[in-house]
Design a protein around this ligand. Sequence first.
Ligand SMILES: Cc1cc2nc3c(=O)[nH]c(=O)nc-3n(C[C@H](O)[C@H](O)[C@H](O)COP(=O)(O)OP(=O)(O)OC[C@H]3O[C@@H](n4cnc5c(N)ncnc54)[C@H](O)[C@@H]3O)c2cc1C
Length: 276
Amino acid sequence: MTTASTTRPEVRVRRAVVRGVERPTPRVVRVTLAGPELADLPVVAPDGYLKLFFPRPGEMVPQVPTLDDGDVGSWFRRYLAMPDDVRPPMRTFTLRRRREDPVEIDVDFVLHDEGPARDWALRATPGEHLAFTGPYGLYAPREDHDAVVLAGDETAVPAIGAIVEGLPPGRRVTVLASVRDVTEQQVWATDGDVTAHWTAPERLAERLRDLDLPGERPYVWLAGEASEVKAMRRHVVRERGVDKRDVCFTGYWRRGRTEEQEVRAAMDGTADPAED
Ligand SMILES: Cc1cc2nc3c(=O)[nH]c(=O)nc-3n(C[C@H](O)[C@H](O)[C@H](O)COP(=O)(O)OP(=O)(O)OC[C@H]3O[C@@H](n4cnc5c(N)ncnc54)[C@H](O)[C@@H]3O)c2cc1C
């Protein structure tokens, strides 16, 4: 997936067990994970995300290479080189919320049409196991950013919620999020000064064009379908005059490609390049 910047990755593989499953909205499965290996999970940026590894059919626990040398690149090549009938599906999801006592984290899975993550979330029950690396984080406004814009599709709503719920008092933020219908809109508790706009999936980029960008120097965070994010980023940089260093953008998924196909394309250099 294309991205503007990243923090230094945490390279440990951890295991977690499903403690609960909820449906906060009709299209979202919220899975609560727990386990002793979550106790020292680092705190990174508020849009922190995890690389989740799912058990294959018939497995209790996914088989994942151990990290013996701390080099995430060589570990990842070993993961990709595992035989197809052993390698666990890996997909990326936001660490939606964490609680300390007891130690638990929530992950929100949007139920689109197909895919191992979507299928796993639909059948997840307490006691099942997962493995993951992370969290990694991207959201990092600077002191000279006097406002923030968060724009994305339904897969970005968990990250937007996590950012909004962690805002410092009075932080001026404009949210633009697309969801399938009004039942998918979420309400967030926040200390920030947040204005939220909801729109339909096909209207996200168009709605961004109409959006009043807040502040003198806003930090713009964009996430969602990769080509849509690219178009939105191009719009804010070229047509709205936002400095590209003030834009954090991430393709969260790509239409017609699984995350694994996307990762392999990035590894062999055939992925759609991020723009400068
Ligand atoms: C940093 C980051 C954070 C993310 N956080 C979240 C999160 O918190 N919650 C969340 O739900 N997703 C999140 N995503 C997106 C998620 O990783 C992808 O949607 C992923 O492809 C889902 O895996 P899958 O196994 O269900 O589908 P895959 O096997 O990867 O894809 C199967 C097919 O479905 C299509 N597809 C994938 N996602 C969608 C979608 N959302 N809508 C329509 N079609 C789709 C693909 O193009 C492909 O054709 C995040 C992605 C990134 C990079």
